[in-house]
Design a protein around this ligand. Sequence first.
Ligand SMILES: *[C@@H]1O[C@H](CO)[C@@H](O)[C@H](O)[C@H]1NC(C)=O
Ligand SMILES: *[C@@H]1O[C@H](CO)[C@@H](O)[C@H](O)[C@H]1NC(C)=O
Ligand SMILES: *[C@@H]1O[C@H](CO)[C@@H](O)[C@H](O)[C@H]1NC(C)=O
Length: 399
Amino acid sequence: MLSNYFLIFIVSAVLNFRKVSSYDSFQVQHQWQFINFTWPSQAEYQVAYYTRKYVPENVVMAGIKIFEGNIYFAIPRIRQGVPVTLGFMAETSPRTNPLINPFPSWDMNYQDHCGTLQSVQSMEIDKNGIMWVLDGFRINDNSMGCPPKIILINVRNSETVQEYTLPEEISLSRGGFLNDIVVDDTNGGFAYITDNSPIDPGLIIYSRSQNRAWKVRDASMFAELDAANFAVDGLNFTNLSPIDGIALSPPNQNGIRSVFYCSLTGVHVYSIRTEILKNEQLCRTERWRWGVTYFGTKSAPSDGLIIDNQGDLYYGLLPLYAVGKWNVRKRSSSEEIVGQDRSTMIWNDSFGFDNQGYLYLLANNIHKFFNTNFVFPDPAAIKFRILKLYTGTASYLYY
Ligand SMILES: *[C@@H]1O[C@H](CO)[C@@H](O)[C@H](O)[C@H]1NC(C)=O
Ligand SMILES: *[C@@H]1O[C@H](CO)[C@@H](O)[C@H](O)[C@H]1NC(C)=O
Ligand SMILES: *[C@@H]1O[C@H](CO)[C@@H](O)[C@H](O)[C@H]1NC(C)=O
């Protein structure tokens, strides 16, 4: 008996030790060679496959968010043959090549109809389980020139609760690119959205209670020429890509919240206070621009950003295969590298938090998909990975 208990003690001590030691590094949770879906029937799968409505090697996930045991995915139609643009799976899904379910339904993912989801790049899920979906990837011909839109869906019952179509003067139906979003629960709910459009880049402010949007444009949102042409996994990223990553800070000791943003081709991070952005009249004058504040310089360009409820800003450092961290509340804080892995962290794109203290990271090779001539030398290679890091904190939404 005693020896049995002793053995159990040893085994649990070893398991606990492994658990603790894994807390300080990113661990791969899920990985894919290609993305496949839970088809309604084998016949529908066959038809989609043979008519090239589904081309497995063309599907790339771009955004992830975690809510109540599910991981949600934005799957922009960058190439042809992407049958689903918004999907989900349970966190408990298999590690390798788990199937993705369409969200909220197959019907809502129907392509070639401006009333359904056309090409989703990103989303946020607020504390009440409302997903704010950005259907605004409009820089190719896979979305029929449909105007970009913001759709609010209740994830608990899959019902659409609100919808807003962006007018051309805010985001272009041919050339707009709603890239990333943060949600602010004050004053009836606001979203701050980056428009990575190569034609009209800027920061869009959407008021849920007014169901209205406005846009600010500034040189701090343009690509930085000095930062152009960086190499990631053997492929140079030569685009001059403007404002892309966005993060919202929790309130500071004076109750002030700020939006942080950076250009994809760029290393400078800027911020603006939310009171300025929420004031539409001020945004229509030139005076709002006095609020643009230089925050700091990162060691490399990034795609997605996220801030937790302690004010730590996390971001991918694309050409370094790393993740950086910077506290936005502490004046003296500076950049720290919290993870680096040349083999798994290829294009650290999107971040999300669960409610168990974990930061999720999607590394997706997306720069290769944007290059239309690029073919993966090894089709069986792992192209997408979800990694998890214990931070003990939660998203900025839970301040
Ligand atoms: C995709 O998933 C379906 C089941 O939903 C399966 O029948 C099919 O073989 C899968 N295709 C590939 C290429 O793995
Ligand atoms: C690719 O990027 C690397 C690193 O920035 C640079 O040294 C190299 O000159 C680039 N190659 C080309 C062909 O531009
Ligand atoms: C992504 O971030 C992880 C964790 O910091 C790092 O190990 C990996 O190298 C990064 N990959 C890229 C391409 O930046």
